[in-house]
Write a protein that binds this ligand. Sequence first.
Ligand SMILES: [Zn+2]
Length: 91
Amino acid sequence: MIQLTSADTLTNAINKARTVKPRVHVNRFGSYIVTNKQTGAAYTVTCEKRDGRRFASCTCKAGERGTACYHIAAAVSAHIQLAAERAALNF
Ligand SMILES: [Zn+2]
């Protein structure tokens, strides 16, 4: 589980995600399956907000160590987009 404090937290992971271009499947809002299309490896990423702070976790080895992996970067990007769409519809 990592806390997403600033955009910098994910800079390296975002760059890696841009290279790998994983597929992000939405399980439900806040839960995503991120698949590496080359290797077929798939991991579950969870995004949640607690006490106004944002957290993300991933089931891969790096994620379990608390490292911001590219799965988290890819899922967070999808999550932010979904959250914006939900907010836009919630008038
Ligand atoms: Zn991961």
